[in-house]
Design a protein around this ligand. Structure first.
Ligand SMILES: Nc1ncnc2c1ncn2[C@@H]1O[C@H](COP(=O)(O)OP(=O)(O)OP(=O)(O)O)[C@@H](O)[C@H]1O
Length: 678
């Protein structure tokens, strides 16, 4: 709040020694250089300057969208960031393209504290004034000039004491420009509204009460149009601007700050008042009570309307995780089947043998019969060369070679045991050459061959009346404590995939929803109109949360009810963990959107964070800090072990996701604060 004004009413805007630069410390681009500006109340202040001289930057500092590097900006006796009596029309359109004009006005009217009837009345008046046609037309279907008029009407809607307009008349025809100017003059005279306006149509500024001419980072002249013309002895404002530019250039041999001082002394005819000259801050304006519930209502309504208008997009966002889990359940993690392996059986051509017999000379045929039961297609080929060719062409996954005297050698091996001759060991061994590029099939072939060999040898022993089971492999797999004996990749990967889908979709959705709103300038517009960052976050959490809940329910129904993923524990715990993961994802998305500038970067980071780091030793250390690692272990324990919340591995997941959510929310809130947006 400004202090120390005496004698006259405090100005609407008071900018003192403001500096602002972009770029780096080493290579700064100085845009505002110790700039002073005074806008008295109830006037139209026209800000003129060449393109790129810093008008928008100055206006952004006045409305609180950008922080100044040094100096002070006071707006209606308050800091710009907290002022709620100001309306702003940015240079860009900053409207929801999918909304109709009426809906746009309803949203901004509610934000501005108006009720629906008041909005209707004002809209009728503004539509007539600005020649806005069909109020039910969507903004995206309007021409550039029409959109600008709607944007202008939005700024006029809320009865603000201060109107800041960045090029409101661009692209409008002269008649409409005159109507707008007349209305601005009327507002300043009858309602004591203060208007700050920038425009490229210099002659328009004749109707302004004060013109601020900006050049090279500061205001070189601040005067009424008539006085400016008479003091510079020119007839048009164009000439005045040119003359001032020339006069200032003449002084360019002086050092920058000296130039700055000279220019100010030479041309700041009317604004030599100092801060101390203004009256003391006697009476604070009776400001409308901050209507938090109105803001929440408006933002919730707007978000829901946006979702309805983008139904196809919303449907795909809600359905996609369920579709992905369905595809995963259908196509991944099952035992592979119906693939070919080549068989080169040098012992026999018989492919269809009878029951296993202790005296059989075609034991290889019997073994292959057992192997066939493992849903592998056996392709009999004549030569090893042909088998290798098929393997190289990718038409088979393995070549199985059986020697010509396999049966004899095997019998000898089983009878002689440790006294077996070397050649019997060689001939009784089945050789396998396989394609290991597809690890799932490689593992399946290995397991199938071991299992069928074990079953076949056991039956062979029985057929020889040997009950010693000496031929069985010396390892016995008992009933597992958790899970099922057969390898089931679907159940193993299911929890990770489920949580990854929930986290990434909610993070990407929440990051994009805020970033799109911010990049279109709509977020800033709402914040300037008094919406608090926290209200914005709450309303987004409620809307995005609804979408995330729908996603989770569909995903769980799809995974567990339709595709039967193993669920031994509490379904409530599973749902709660999914919900917490979704909330953590949303918080992460909001944190990203408060520090990043565009959606692509946010999506890349979200995708990167969900990348599985696998079993590599060092990467596993990093992976253990990733949000999804701990949660996945927790989920797997609930699903497959049936553990409850009392088990550490389960409650770690809940605790970790809760802590992370709070950290991400704190980051988003503090970053918004840092950016002057709370
Ligand atoms: N975010 C930013 N980062 C870096 N440079 C910027 C940024 N915004 C503006 N600038 C630079 O600051 C200078 C002033 O820009 P600004 O938009 O304030 O000018 P302006 O007077 O409003 O121009 P115009 O009349 O064309 O809208 C320009 O050189 C611009 O390139």
């Amino acid at each position: 709040m400004t202090k120390g004004y005496t004698g006259v009413q405090s100005p609407a805007i008071y900018v003192q020694q403001v500096c602002k630069s972009y770029g780096t410390k080493r290579k700064p681009l100085v845009v505002l250089d110790k700039l002073d500006m005074t806008v008295p109340r109830g006037v139209i202040y026209g800000l003129l300057g060449s393109s790129g001289c810093g008008k928008t930057t100055l206006i952004n500092c006045i409305v609180g969208l950008q922080k100044v590097d040094s100096g002070t900006v006071t707006v209606l006796e308050e800091s710009p960031a907290v002022n709620k009596e100001m309306a702003f029309m940015p240079q860009e359109i900053a409207l929801y393209k999918e909304f109709s004009i009426r809906e746009t006005m309803k949203y901004f009217g509610w934000i501005g504290g108006l009720d629906t009837t008041e909005i209707g009345q004002k809209l009728e008046f503004l539509a007539k004034l600005l020649a806005i046609g069909d109020l039910d037309e969507k903004v995206k279907n309007l021409s550039g000039g029409q959109q600008r008029r709607v944007s202008f009407a939005t700024a006029l809607l809320q009865d603000a004491k201060l109107l800041v307009l960045d090029e409101p008349t661009v692209g409008l025809d002269p008649v409409l420009r005159e109507i707008i100017w007349n209305h601005l003059v009327y507002m300043t005279k009858s309602q004591k509204v203060t208007v700050v306006i920038t425009t490229h149509y210099i002659e328009e500024m004749r109707q302004a009460n004060i013109i601020g001419l900006m050049r090279e980072g500061y205001i070189v002249a601040e005067e009424s149009p008539n006085k400016l013309l008479s003091k510079l002895e020119v007839y048009t404002l164009e000439h005045a601007f040119l003359k001032l530019s020339i006069l200032q250039s003449e002084a360019s041999s002086w050092k920058k700050h000296e130039l700055c001082d000279i220019a100010k002394h030479r041309f700041r005819f009317g604004s030599s008042r100092r801060k101390e000259d203004f009256p003391k801050n006697r009476v604070r304006h009776a400001r409308a009570e901050f209507q938090s519930h109105n803001h929440l209502k408006a933002i919730l309504w707007k978000n829901l309307l946006w979702m309805i208008r983008n139904l196809a997009l919303m449907a795909s966002i809600i359905l996609l995780p369920a579709v992905i889990i369905a595809l995963f359940c259908v196509s991944y993690g099952h035992q592979p089947y119906n693939f070919d392996i080549s068989i080169i059986n040098h012992e026999t051509n018989v492919t269809n043998c009878d029951n296993l017999d202790c005296h059989s000379n075609i034991l290889s045929c019997h073994y292959l019969k057992y192997l066939r039961t493992k849903s592998i297609n056996l392709v009999y080929v004549g030569t090893e060369e042909r088998a290798t060719e098929l393997l190289r062409q990718g038409r088979t996954y393995a070549s199985v070679i059986i020697h010509h005297n396999y049966s004899e050698a095997l019998k000898s091996r089983t009878q002689q045991f440790i006294h077996t001759e070397m050649w019997d060991i060689d001939y009784s061994s089945i050789e396998v050459i396989n394609d290991v590029s597809v690890s799932v099939i490689r593992d399946f072939i290995k397991k199938s061959m071991y299992d069928s060999l074990n079953e076949y040898l056991s039956d062979f022993s029985k057929s020889c009346n040997d009950t010693s089971k000496i031929l069985s492999l010396p390892i016995l797999w008992k009933t597992p404590i958790y899970g099922i004996l057969d390898v089931n990749y679907t159940d193993f990967s299911g929890p990770g995939i489920t949580l990854t889908l929930i986290f990434t979709f909610s993070a990407a959705m929440s990051a994009c929803s805020l970033l799109i709103e911010r990049n279109e300038g709509i977020l800033e517009r709402s914040l300037i109109m008094g919406v608090k960052g926290i209200e914005l976050l709450v309303s987004h959490i409620l809307c995005d949360g609804g979408v995330v809940i729908c996603q989770i329910l569909l995903l769980l129904v799809c995974g567990f009810v339709i595709f039967g993923l193993t669920l031994k524990g509490s379904v409530v715990l599973v749902f709660l963990l999914c919900l917490l993961t979704g909330f953590c994802g949303m918080s992460f998305g909001y944190a990203l959107s408060s520090v990043l500038e565009d959606e692509t970067a946010a999506v890349h980071i979200v995708t990167g964070l969900s990348t599985p780091l696998g079993m590599q030793r060092i990467l596993r250390v990093f992976a253990s800090f990733f949000p999804l690692t701990v949660a996945t272990q927790s989920m797997r324990s609930i699903l497959q072990r049936g553990w409850s919340l009392s088990e550490p591995q389960v409650y770690y997941g809940f605790a970790y996701m809760s802590v992370l959510s709070l950290v991400f929310l704190a980051v988003s809130i503090s970053c918004l604060k840092f950016k002057n947006r709370l």
